[in-house]
Write a protein that binds this ligand. Structure first.
Ligand code: 13P
Length: 253
């Protein structure tokens, strides 16, 4: 059985004190008896990460929004997987569409980052998603398959079970207009089939697949009720503790 997981991606938002308050509110909203039913992770900016360890009090997982694939050296401005580990991160988002779009992140870079995360013992949350243009041209499935296979290309079979894949259709991000749970399920099932073909049924069945794109408290139940969707990667709604904890409440019901 795959345990549902809700991941908050805070993106480039909040000051350190506000981030601390939000993390504290999420941690106190997360009930101890939910531990078997839902996992929760927040991904603040790098600069907010050091302030998180105490406030999250171990109940809420900590993740980063990116990393660099080398271990150390002359890579100005970059942060390595081990640096994230040192500060208590257990997860890292890789290949978010905003990084692909604004920072030129390629499939090859995404693949290298995912491997670096795994090598350091971080769970990579690999993002894939089609644009509105690709959707209209009916290229979604072909595009996603390619994007996913490129990202997992060098990931060993033994590591695959812990990898998380987030399906985030670009047109649904921040639009207030999510994909329908049925459409998202169709893609989640395509993702699982693609992983089954590349690895095996066992790995593909353990791998968690998330939906992301305008997910919130009043629509999460529809996504989580699908066979192949194991949670959500949440942007806007994760910046409001009440809304975010509302999503968790809805998942444990
Ligand atoms: P929204 O939930 O704001 O649509 O953002 C989704 C997202 O990009 C999470 O990574």
């Amino acid at each position: 059985m795959r345990k549902p997981i809700i991941v908050g991606n805070w993106k480039m938002n909040l000051t350190v004190p506000v981030a601390e308050k939000l993390a504290g509110d999420v941690a106190s909203g997360y009930q101890a008896d939910w531990a078997d039913k839902v996992e929760v992770v927040v991904c603040p900016t790098y600069l907010q990460i050091p302030a998180m360890a105490d406030v999250l009090s171990g109940r809420v997982g900590l993740g980063a929004q990116d990393l660099f694939w080398e271990e150390e050296g002359a890579y100005t401005g970059e942060i390595s997987a081990n640096m994230l580990k040192e500060l208590g991160c257990g997860y890292v988002i890789i290949g978010h569409s905003e990084r692909r779009e604004y920072l030129g992140e390629t499939n090859e870079m995404v693949g290298k980052k995912a491997c670096a995360a795994l090598a350091a013992g971080l769970v990579p949350i690999i993002c894939v998603g089609e644009s509105q243009k690709q959707r209209e041209a009916d290229e979604t499935n072909e595009f996603l398959e390619k994007q996913l296979l490129a990202a997992v290309d060098s990931i060993e079979q033994a590591d695959m079970a812990q990898v998380i894949v987030a399906y985030e259709p670009i047109w649904a991000i921040g639009s207030g207009d999510p994909a329908s749970p049925e459409d998202a399920e169709e893609i989640a099932s395509l993702i699982r089939e693609t992983l089954t073909d590349k690895y095996s049924q066992a790995e593909a069945q353990q791998c968690r697949i998330l939906y992301g794109g305008s997910a919130k408290a009043d629509n999460i139940a529809g996504f989580i009720g699908q066979d192949n969707i194991d949670g959500a990667l949440v942007g806007g709604a994760s910046l409001d503790a009440k809304e975010f904890v509302g999503m968790l409440t809805s998942v444990v019901k």
